[in-house]
Ligand binder design. Sequence first.
Ligand SMILES: NC(=O)c1ccc[n+]([C@@H]2O[C@H](COP(=O)([O-])OP(=O)(O)OC[C@H]3O[C@@H](n4cnc5c(N)ncnc54)[C@H](OP(=O)(O)O)[C@@H]3O)[C@@H](O)[C@H]2O)c1
Length: 279
Amino acid sequence: MFGGPYPWSLYCGQWSILPPAPKGNYLKDKVVVITGATSGVGLEASKQFADASPEQLIFAVRSVEAGEKLLGQIRKAHPNLQDKVMYLDLTDLQNIKDFSEAIKVFGRVDILINNAGINPNFDEGPYKSTKDGYERVFQTNVLSPFLTTLLLLPLLRKSSDPKVIFTGSDVHHIAPSDLIETALQNGQSIISAYNDEGKYHNPTRYYESKLLLQILSRNLIKTLPDITTINVNPGLAMTNLGRDFNLSLSPSGIVGILWFVANARSASKAARNLTSAAA
Ligand SMILES: NC(=O)c1ccc[n+]([C@@H]2O[C@H](COP(=O)([O-])OP(=O)(O)OC[C@H]3O[C@@H](n4cnc5c(N)ncnc54)[C@H](OP(=O)(O)O)[C@@H]3O)[C@@H](O)[C@H]2O)c1
């Protein structure tokens, strides 16, 4: 139900002491954009960012209604916060282009946090494509965060200290690498390998998406030396990422739930890895 088996490094990471949450006005004079702010790690990180006095905090979300609700909560504690909810659906490439145009009114972006992501679950499941014709997990977790980053480059380059943060995962360690290796051996593009319905394996797709995200973000570090790129692992956390999981009260289902509850940290603690990266 929750994938695995997981290496000992995952347990060591889960049970090691997190760095303290950054304090003070570390976002003063910063225009910050975060995707997936309506739930889980992104929601908790957004609350913590609001405490750090950003010049502008922009929630790029696919549910504007949920984003406005979140803002309502945050504004109670921070009535002077400069904030904005903007529509961004990562399964729609045209929408990402529209977003990158609309956000120009802010003049620059200092920190872009590509946090939104999905996990289709670890069962044998069907291949699903977006209306753009890309496999859904690949587009949401990899292609669209990169397109967002590339389209926002002109605004990031207007910052004196631009930073791009991707929310990765240490499960990239256990992703089978044969999808990428076979593509490279056969001269096939990695995009077509990830889109190939015949090669699609639902139980490992989330891991494969985080592996490619890791490879590409390491590549950005080299190709965009003027921008600080960080791939953050929030660690196993209690969020809504399992919304598509098939939770059952079978013996193995119960063991899976107990395993998760025993090892997962709160979304608020997990968000500290994002806020530390931003600080
Ligand atoms: N939870 C963990 O154990 C864990 C571990 C390692 C890494 N991560 C990563 O952490 C990140 C945040 O996940 P989470 O655990 O906080 O899960 P979550 O509670 O499900 O939050 C995911 C966020 O992404 C948004 N989102 C999903 N599809 C989208 C789309 N097509 N366009 C725009 N936004 C979209 C969701 O919006 P809605 O609210 O509208 O659905 C939600 O705000 C993900 O990248 C995930 O892979 C999580």
